[in-house]
Design a protein around this ligand. Structure first.
Ligand code: NDP
Ligand code: 2IT
Length: 444
């Protein structure tokens, strides 16, 4: 067994029943092998053995009263994975599927993603197995307040800075920050990001993950001689990341022909209208099938076969493990040229291998969706300076950051003889900065 395989086995043994965490560890560790061969100090300093163990893992009970006056109990999590290069930073996910393994994989990935941004942020993730679907506004507020009543003691602008993820957007951040402010007796805006504009939020944060994804994909396909103009784009999901990916794809001249939610997908050969889908999903919080009320010629399909649609560019922006081996094969057979991961770990490890071996350009999540957390760090900078920057200023910074992430991933890949493999490039570039800081600190 190789050294890397031993570490992967150790992670599996110490974290049983956490397949998503095992998958993330395997994906990252196998691709940094070339770096370890040239830098024995990473092995001697046991950097990998340390990285598979989060610095701290917090699990807690969240009790709240629903609208019928009945007590409800959920489980809350915060996994503070690494503070090697900055305070812990990462989103909160409210979704019924949430468990320790899922939060641990997300926190692990976040450490390398945050490193790639070039900003001073460590990695964390949190959330709860709370299902926001069908809950009243009052129930969401009560849940958020109860969740923060425990979480507040573990976070702070120099300790750990949560933000949104699935099921957590500006509304939830408002309730969470309101409770944090109340029980900490301070207006410490830099403790949460994704805030509303009236209390310390940043312009362009809401758009940042989706816009950043398209900036990255655009850089990547340009480097390989393509452009976005006229490309057929399929996007899974219709939440925060998916919506603003759709908006920017259209702005760059592409046609978005399909989008989905957890029930099914819509297909519009004429191109999905952004304002309509935005109103249905972000403002009205309705199902994607409503789109047909506005565009009767569009088609609604109630299953998950969205990757069978012929497209040039696929943007998974919903859940982990959205593209499996069969989906990857369908994309290849249909002539897809690029996959841009807006979601975290949306492609299985087998599907990644198949896509790469078929020369599909793959923009990996930790590089391609880093625009969200990077703009969160810009929000923190504005909070520290007591300033608010314009939309254009933040958006231009985001563009520069995404171009830098692409260049770093490209250089790391090419330096290691892996031309076009941005999965390995991003992993190597993200890992190196974290590992060097860990070595500088000695035995911590
Ligand atoms: P949202 O909660 O805003 O949206 C999630 C979307 O995914 C919804 O449209 C949801 O549909 C859909 N969805 C959920 N499960 C499935 C499924 N099984 N099949 C198809 N669609 C599904 O979350 P975000 O947009 O914030 O997050 C999406 C992804 O992007 C996640 O992987 C997240 O970790 C990642 N991400 C988010 C960032 C951010 O800043 N928000 C930053 C970087 C990554 P439904 O309404 O039916 O549940
Ligand atoms: O996965 C992610 O990068 C996010 N959910 C955003 C995290 C953040 O702190 O803005």
């Amino acid at each position: 067994m190789t050294y890397i395989q031993q570490i992967i086995e150790e992670a599996k043994f110490k974290n049983p029943n956490e397949p998503e965490f095992h998958q993330a560890v395997e994906e990252i560790l196998t691709s940094i092998e070339p770096v370890l061969q040239n830098n024995q100090m990473y092995i001697k300093s046991k950097v990998l053995e340390r990285l598979i163990e989060p610095e701290r893992q917090i699990m807690f009970r969240v009790t709240w009263l629903d609208d019928n006056g009945e007590l409800q109990i959920n489980r809350g999590f915060r996994v503070q994975h690494s503070s090697a290069i900055g305070p812990f930073k990462g989103g909160l996910r409210f979704h019924p599927s949430v468990n320790l393994g899922i939060i641990k994989f997300l926190a692990f990935e976040q450490t390398f993603k945050n490193s790639l941004t070039g900003l001073s942020i460590g990695g964390a993730k949190g959330g709860a197995d709370f299902n926001p679907k069908g809950k009243s506004d009052m129930e969401i507020m009560k849940f958020c307040q109860s969740f923060m009543t425990e979480l507040y003691r573990h976070i702070g602008q120099f300790i750990d800075i949560p933000a949104g993820d699935m099921g957590v957007g500006e509304r939830e951040i408002g309730y969470l920050y309101g409770q944090y402010k109340r029980i900490s007796n301070s207006f410490e805006a830099g403790t949460l990001t994704g805030k509303g504009l009236s209390y310390g939020g940043s312009l362009a944060r809401k758009e940042a993950t989706g816009f950043g994804l398209l900036y990255f994909v655009n850089e990547m396909i340009k480097y390989h001689g393509h452009s976005m103009e006229g490309k057929r784009v399929v996007i899974s999901g219709s939440g925060n990341v998916a919506l603003y990916s759709c908006k920017k794809a259209i702005e760059l001249g592409a046609k978005v022909i399909a989008m989905s939610d957890s029930n099914g997908y819509i297909y519009d050969e004429n191109g999905i209208d952004f304002n309509t889908i935005h109103t249905i999903k972000e403002i009205q919080r309705k199902r994607i099938s409503e789109y047909l009320n506005y565009f009767p010629k569009a088609v609604y399909v109630e299953d998950k076969s969205i990757w069978n649609i012929k497209c040039d560019i696929a943007l998974p922006c919903a859940m982990q493990n959205d593209i499996d081996l069969a989906d990857a094969q369908a994309l290849i057979d249909n002539g897809c040229i690029a996959v841009g991961e807006g979601a975290n770990m949306p492609t299985t490890n087998e599907a990644i291998k198949l896509l790469l071996s078929n020369k599909i350009l793959l923009a990996p999540a930790k590089a391609a969706n880093a625009g969200g957390v990077a703009t969160s760090a810009l929000e923190m900078a504005q909070n520290s300076a007591r300033l608010s920057w314009s939309f254009e200023f933040v958006d231009n910074k985001l563009k520069d950051i995404m171009a830098n992430i692409f260049n770093e991933s490209k250089q790391a890949a090419e330096k290691n003889g892996l031309y076009g493999n941005y999965v390995a490039g991003a992993n190597i570039a993200g890992f190196t900065r974290v590992a060097n800081a860990m070595i500088a600190y000695g035995a911590v």
